[in-house]
Design a protein around this ligand. Structure first.
Ligand code: DGJ
Length: 470
């Protein structure tokens, strides 16, 4: 036993000494590790802060770029042919306006408004060699991932959070343009509503026609000889359904109704339900807006386009409630595109001049139900004529750019009444911020609204730091 103890003591001593030694190594090792981790996290944090500052600096730089004023290069060409002095005396030729040139399908400068297919925005090009990747070129033909021109006119965008994708819905106008009556507006038969999906808001995959026109039943709202315009889709979190609202009309625009369709999937098929005269009124150009609390609103031009009406939808978004407010009374506005920034509601509208472009105006409200105040023309850059013609386009929707508060994409249509299927898209950066704006009719009331600006760019892209996903 003793022997064993004797033997064990030094052993245990050696063991304890080793253990103490090991312990101190472990402790110092741990301290070292903690210090290293701490050091690493400080460096990382600094890098992150630096990176953040860098991203912010880049974003700031890019935002400044987007806010730079780009002058427009449109110039009226000299009159065609020489006129004899006698002819000139008899009936002096009126100077051609740029709007007349825009509407003249034989204009010498038509290529400036409707550049040909060779300049198309094409997402199929190889990434490495394509310096145009992710660049928007307002007015150029825009191809989808199959190489076909995008057919989504008068459209709007839905972001489907669960799927991490954007969906662009719009009128498919890929048919012949004709006039139903001698003095009627140019039209295309109802083909249906197209849907395109994207993760970057630039590369669009055709998801097909999600609501098709009706070819045989002439009593159906979607009958080919009727009118289906400005479809917009919102998601109802309570019912899990995708709900589409659209302008439904007859060829003479006398039915003036709002149609509703529903689907379980963003890519359809949508089931057409019915059309209504909301609140018992005529309804032409329209949009829907879903607020942060899930309440959605229908906004439509009414009383023969002399005013707009706004009212909340029912809990399932399939109808309007009986609450409605008249807004912009007597202002004759259409093509409403509503958005929200920092608790204030904004809306861009156009005047009512058929397919011809006119001046956009911004309106603002503290409450979505109004009162709404009219501010000014938001267009910046280009030249005066193009600013007064919304860069030869008409508003349809405003998309928030995720991750960059105050930055939005203004979506508009450059209609081509001679060939409606060849109408173009004008997407431009829209910024809320900067100097306060006074309402046009100054009412001594507060607040003074933030300025809303749409900047003209021949070529632009979203700042690198935008987050793609909301
Ligand atoms: C202007 C509207 O905004 C368009 O949606 C379309 O209805 C045309 N009028 C038809 O002339």
């Amino acid at each position: 036993m003793r022997m064993r103890n004797k033997y064990r003591k030094p052993t245990s001593f050696r063991f304890n000494a080793g253990s103490r030694c090991t312990l101190s190594i472990v402790v110092w090792g741990l301290v070292g590790c903690i210090l290293l981790v701490h050091l690493y996290s400080i460096i990382r944090q600094r890098n992150e802060v630096d990176g953040d500052i860098q991203i912010r600096a880049n974003q700031y730089h890019l935002m400044r770029e987007l806010e730079e004023v780009e002058a427009g290069g449109y110039q009226i060409p000299p009159p065609k042919g020489r006129r004899s002095p006698r002819a000139a005396k008899r009936r002096p030729k009126k100077p051609t306006t740029l709007i007349e040139e825009f509407l003249d399908e034989n204009s010498q400068i038509r290529h400036l408004f409707f550049p040909d297919l060779r300049t198309a925005i094409d997402p199929r090009k190889e990434k490495e060699e394509d310096t145009d990747r992710l660049y928007y070129y307002p007015g150029r033909v825009w191809l989808d991932t199959d190489g076909n021109p995008i057919q989504a006119h008068g459209g709007g965008i839905l972001y489907a959070k669960r799927l991490g994708k954007y969906y662009w819905y719009g009128e498919n106008k890929d048919g012949p343009t004709y006039h139903a009556h001698k003095r009627g507006a140019a039209r295309v038969d109802v083909i249906g509503v197209s849907c395109y999906s994207s993760t970057d808001l630039w590369t669009w995959k055709n998801e097909g026609i999600v609501l098709a026109g009706e070819e045989t039943n002439s009593t159906h709202d979607l009958y080919t000889l009727n009118v289906l315009e400005r479809p917009k889709v919102i998601y109802n979190d309570r019912t899990g359904k995708y709900v589409m609202w659209m302008h439904i009309d007859d060829a003479n625009y006398t039915k003036a109704s709002a149609g509703v369709a529903v689907s379980d999937f963003p890519t359809g098929p949508f089931e057409y339900l019915y059309s209504i005269s909301p609140h018992g009124f005529d309804s032409r150009d329209m949009t829907v807006f879903k607020d942060d609390d899930g309440t959605a609103y229908l906004i439509y031009s009414s009383e023969d386009n002399s005013e707009l009406h706004i009212g909340p939808l029912t809990y399932n978004y399939l109808d309007v409630t009986n609450v409605m407010r008249r807004i912009l009374v007597g202002q004759h506005r259409e093509a409403p595109a509503l958005f929200k920034h920092q608790g204030t509601y904004y809306m861009i509208t156009s005047g009512c001049t058929g397919w011809a472009p006119n001046e956009a105006l911004v309106h603002a409200a503290e409450s979505v139900m109004g009162p709404w105040e009219t501010m000014e023309n938001p267009c910046i850059g280009g030249n005066k004529v193009s600013r007064d013609a919304t860069f030869f386009s008409q508003s349809t929707f405003v998309v928030p750019v995720a991750g960059i508060p105050g930055l939005f994409i203004f979506m508009a249509d450059r209609w081509n009444p001679a060939e409606l299927r060849d109408s173009r898209y004008v997407w431009l950066p829209l910024r809320v911020g900067g100097a306060a704006d006074r309402p046009l009719e100054y009412s001594f009331g507060f607040p003074l609204w933030s300025r809303v600006s749409i900047f003209w760019h021949r070529r632009w892209r979203l700042p690198g730091g935008w987050s793609h996903y909301i």
